[in-house]
Design a protein around this ligand. Sequence first.
Ligand SMILES: *[C@@H]1O[C@H](CO)[C@@H](O)[C@H](O)[C@H]1NC(C)=O
Ligand SMILES: *[C@@H]1O[C@H](CO)[C@@H](O)[C@H](O)[C@H]1NC(C)=O
Ligand SMILES: [Ca+2]
Ligand SMILES: [Ca+2]
Length: 278
Amino acid sequence: MPSQKVRLCFLAVCIFSVTHQVASISVGAFNIQTYGDAKQAAQGPNIAQVLTHYDIVLIQEVRDQDHSALINLKNLLGSTAWDYVSSNPVGRTTRYKEQYVFFYKKVSLNVLGNFQYNDSKSDVFEREPFAVDIEYPSTSLGHAVNVVLMGIHTKPDMALEELQALPTAMTAAKALFPNAAGVIAMGDFNADCSYLNNQEKATLPLFVDPKYRSLIADTVDTTTSTTTDCAYDRIVIEGNADIMADSAKVYRFDTALGLNNTITRAISDHYPVEFRLN
Ligand SMILES: *[C@@H]1O[C@H](CO)[C@@H](O)[C@H](O)[C@H]1NC(C)=O
Ligand SMILES: *[C@@H]1O[C@H](CO)[C@@H](O)[C@H](O)[C@H]1NC(C)=O
Ligand SMILES: [Ca+2]
Ligand SMILES: [Ca+2]
């Protein structure tokens, strides 16, 4: 009998450690070019396939104020397992606005709160950053940890100015969610090619101040076009968020899902960027 007890304990430890290994949280940020009813109707199943790669994923360029496309997408993902948090439509003109939307698997994490940055006093952002405070089971610490994920889609020709201001928005989110271990800004920064050159980039604290960690290198190509090579989409961390080493990369969903470049470009001009939280 004693030996059987030992074996059972051993088995329990094995199961526990395996569960821990797979429980790191996969986080993505995906600019789904002009995402709305037409895109959902044409590419909804492929988009859902991309999103299932994640525990939580920020989608950008959402133009779906009545949420009809988003609800359709949530149904494709599985409406009991998945949920989403959307910002209000943001943008300076009434004619053109976008929403930031975080889709997430309810079993993987909790969304405890959200935050829409308000820059009306000194208008800098075309689309003010939108953040969620998430709580997930940390594999490295063995207890729940909070981090803030902040989405940003910069106005391309104002990328420098908006990225200069992004640390202020990150600080505001940190003040609102003081329990967060870190604030992670992610999305389409437009941080390359014609929108941000190396000289400009070298002036940005986000990329040069050691209190920030930039996870996506300048050499990465986040564009689906075969004729462009630009690291537009980025992930930058402030604080102690426990990122799994080497997990940050561009997600080549075309390769993963066996999609040709015609279909891939019909889905978006961007690939997602991603990382894992321990
Ligand atoms: C932003 O803040 C200003 C006051 O500074 C307020 O008048 C405005 O309604 C706020 N906007 C939003 C969208 O909350
Ligand atoms: C790309 O894939 C789609 C769907 O499988 C197919 O209909 C289309 O013909 C393909 N296009 C090219 C150029 O291979
Ligand atoms: Ca603004
Ligand atoms: Ca490319």
